[in-house]
Structure formats: C-alpha cells, structure tokens
Design a protein around this ligand. Structure first.
Ligand SMILES: Nc1ncnc2c1ncn2[C@@H]1O[C@H](COP(=O)(O)OP(=O)(O)OP(=O)(O)O)[C@@H](O)[C@H]1O
Ligand SMILES: [Mg+2]
Length: 243
C-alpha cells in the first residue's frame, strides 16, 4: 500500500518536531527512516497512524486522503504499528497477547460470524510468522527481550496490515536477536509495505531499499541506500563522519 505525506508539520509549543515533511513510500517497499535522537521520527509515525494530528500537510494511503481520519479508520485501511515501548500484557502468555490483538482486529472489521479460521488458528499462524511458534504458552515476563520485540511485531501482524510501521524494532537486541529480527522482516510477505525507524545502520542497510534521513524535523535526503551512505551531508548530520 502506498503512503504519501505532503508538507507535514507538527509543533509542540515553540518546537517544530516535524517540519514540512514530504515522503513517498511505494507499495511493497522496505523503507527506512533514520536520523539522530529527537529528529522527529516517532512524531512522524504518530502523524501517519493518526495518534497525533498534524498542524498542516496531508497524509494519503493508497491514494486516499486520510489527513483527518481517526486512528481506527486508518487501521481499518491497513496501517499497523509495532510500538517503540512495549504494549504487552506481562502476566499473560505470548499466545494470549496475540489472541487479544486478533480479537480486537476481527471485532473491528466485522460483527458477523466469521468464516475465517478460528481465533486460535489465527493466533498460531501469527506466532509462527514471527518465529514464536513454540513460545506461545510462555508468560511475557519470562520471554527474552528479543522475543518480546518479536511478539510486538506479532501484535501488529495480527491486524493483517498492508502497511507495517516499526519504530526501532531492533533496539536493545543482542547480535543473535538482531539477526533473527532481520530475517523476520526480510521474510514478511512482499505485499506488506514496511516503513521502519532504526538506529542500527547495519540493520538499515541490510533491509532497506529506500532510506529517508530526518534531521531537526526536516527531510535531509531520501533515496537508495548507497546514495544515502555516500552523502557528505548525511555523514555530518548523522553518521558522525565515520563511514
Ligand atoms: N508529546 C510531546 N510533547 C512535547 N514535545 C515532544 C512530544 N513528543 C515529542 N516531542 C519532542 O519532539 C522532538 C522529536 O521527538 P521524536 O520522539 O519524534 O524524535 P525521534 O526522532 O523519534 O527520537 P528518538 O530517536 O530518540 O526516538 C523531540 O525534541 C521531542 O522532545
Ligand atoms: Mg523515536
């Protein structure tokens, strides 16, 4: 599903967190959004999901203007986000967390008796999709950090997204966990468009076919990963001149 942002702006008091941002994410893309802390990446995600309203500018999904659409409406159109900060129920099992997300989604899209696989079958399918098939019965509190991040992706997938937003999915992961997550994202069906924020540039350059760099709320550069890696401006603003 294509996503287009045009001239998005969002202020918090005197601070302009997102400043005239235009962004095109093509259907099926693996599009990375990078930039220093405070660049406005998470705020931009919130403007895309509808958690926050923009002061000006437009957001379109698959050509449909959703600038004033609610979060629920955007979710129905196919946007789903895995949260940067865990939204899991720690005393429930991994499977129970997924089941809740599946139920919430099915409840949103239809009140009719479903002809789809049962909620439990769907739960197993989603757990399997993120590599947690044999961890369903484990309480969230007993999962590793990496497994909890996988579970957050599972909750987002429970909504059958067409556009998946991932905010720092690899944050705090060990090298092995990170490799697993990269494989998970790389293995998602091509029809799911993925827009992700990530500080780990190895993950970015491994996964992304397009990279957009934000700095101080503005788009510094958007293009293919090689061009971004080669840019002096990006190096100075973000990569610290090291690469
Ligand atoms: N609700 C809010 N109220 C006031 N200021 C906010 C709010 N949310 C974000 N900000 C400010 O807006 C700026 C952008 O924040 P944002 O969280 O979007 O950055 P980010 O690029 O996601 O950073 P990080 O890489 O640290 O996650 C920051 O200066 C932040 O302090
Ligand atoms: Mg952030």
């Amino acid at each position: 599903m294509t996503l287009t942002c045009h001239g998005l702006r969002r202020r918090f008091g005197a601070l302009t967190a997102v400043d005239d941002v235009s962004l095109s994410v093509t259907a099926g893309a693996r599009h990375a959004l990078i930039g220093p802390n405070g660049a406005g990446k998470s705020t931009l995600f919130k403007l895309i999901t509808g958690l926050l309203r923009s002061d000006s500018g437009r957001v379109s999904l698959a050509g449909q203007d959703v600038t004033t659409a609610s979060e629920v409406r955007r979710c129905r159109l196919g946007i789903s986000q895995a949260m940067q900060h865990a939204s899991l129920f720690p005393t429930l099992s991994a499977a129970e967390n997924v089941t809740l997300a599946v139920r919430r989604h099915e409840g949103r899209i239809s009140w009719m008796p479903r002809r789809q696989p049962s909620i439990h079958a769907r739960t197993d399918e989603v757990l399997d999709q993120v590599g947690l098939a044999d961890r369903g019965r484990v309480q969230v509190g007993a999962l590793s950090h990496g497994e909890r991040k996988q579970l957050e992706v599972a909750l987002a997938l429970a909504c059958r997204p067409k556009l998946l937003l991932l905010d720092e999915p690899a944050a705090g992961m060990s090298a092995a966990e990170r490799a697993g997550l990269v494989a998970l994202i790389a293995g998602l069906p091509a029809e799911i468009t993925v827009l992700f924020v990530e500080h780990d540039l190895d993950v970015v350059f491994e996964l992304a076919d397009t990279v957009t760099v934000l700095n101080l709320g503005r788009v510094l550069l958007s293009g293919d990963p090689a061009a971004v890696r080669a840019s002096d401006e990006v190096r100075q603003a973000y990569l610290g001149g090291a690469r």
